[in-house]
Write a protein that binds this ligand. Sequence first.
Ligand code: COA
Length: 330
Amino acid sequence: MTTVNPFVEIVSTGRYLPDRIMTNQDLESIVQTTDEWIVERTGIRERRVAPPEMTAAYMGAEAARIALERAGVTADGVDLLIVSTATPDRLLPASACDVQALIGASNAVAFDVIGACTGFIYGLTVAEGYLSTGRGKITLVVATEKMSSIVDWEDRTTCVLFGDGAGAALVRKSEGERGILGTHHQSDGKLAELLYRPAGGAAIPVDQDVLRDRSHFVKMAGRGVFKHAVRAMANSSIEVLERTGWEVDDVDLVFPHQANIRIIEATARYAGLPMEKVFVNVDRYGNMSSATIPVAMDEALEEGRLKPGMNLLLVAFGAGFTWGAMAVRW
Ligand code: COA
C-alpha cells in the first residue's frame, strides 16, 4: 500500500429522505408488476417519494445543513457549493443557486454538475480541483434527486427502479492522512440513448406531441445499461485500486452506486471484492441517482460501520454513460 498524502478530505456528511415510503405492493396498484418480480430482478423493496411541492433543492438543503452542522461550519463559510442533480427544480438557473439561497451560503460560488448517477464522484473531483488552486477552503458537494418527477409512472420497466433523496458532503483541505487518495473517471457519449430523457430540453422542447408520446420522461434499455454498468464499475474499481497502490484486500468498505442488487453483486464479483465489504441499502431506497453514495456513507457512519482509518472505495455508473471510482481514506 502506498502512503500518498491526500489533498482534500470529506469532513462530514448529511442526508435527507422524504417521509413517504412507496412499497412494491403500492406499485402493484399503479402498474402491472409484482413485489416478487421487483425483488428478484432488482433487490428493491421500497423507495421514498417526495410530495409534489417538495423540491430537489429543498432536499439538498436539508442534507447540506446536517453536513455543515456536523463539521461545525456555518453556511457563510462555504466557498464553493456544487449540486449534482438529474432533476433540477428549473432548467435555469442552477439548483446550486437555489440551495445556496435556502441555506444562506452567501459567500459561495454555486453551480451544478450534471453527471447523472456518477455526479457525486464527479462533484467531489471538481471540489478537489477547486480547492487545490487555493481559491477556497470549504466546499459543499450536494447530490439531490427527485426521480419521481421524471419517471413515467405508466412504464413498469422504469418506474419501479427509482426513488427520491439527497446526500451531502463537506470537503476541505486535508490536514493529515484522511482524504481522497485516487480517482478514475470516464464517459462515453455514444451510448447516451440507452438511458435518457429524449424531450424537454432545448433540442425538443415540450409540446403537445411530447406530452402525448411521454418522451419527456426517462427511457431506458435495461439490459444494455446493465451490461455496461457492471463492466464499467468493475473496471473502474480495478483501475482506481491500481492508481492508488491498493490491493483488493486493502479495501475495508465499498460504496457502490445503488441501482440494482444484481449490478452491485456482479460488479463485486468481477472486481474481486467480497460482498461482506459492500454497503447495500438499495432495498430501502431504490436508485436515487447521484444521491445514493452520500446517503449510503451517511447511514454507514450512523450505524458505526464506517469507522476512522478505513479504506473506502466509491464507485458509480450512470446515464451519459458516465462512470468513475474513488479511493478514500476515512
Ligand atoms: N414488473 C413485471 N414485469 C416486468 C417489469 C416489471 N416492473 N418490467 C419489465 N417486465 C417484464 C418485461 O416486459 C419482460 O417481459 P416479456 O419477456 O414478456 O417481454 C420481462 O419482464 C423481462 O424484461 P427484461 O427487461 O428483459 O428484464 P431484465 O431481467 O433485464 O430486468 C431490469 C430488467 C430493468 C431490472 C434490468 O435490465 C436492469 O436492472 N437494468 C439496469 C437498470 C439500471 O439500473 N439503470 C440505472 C443505471 S444507473
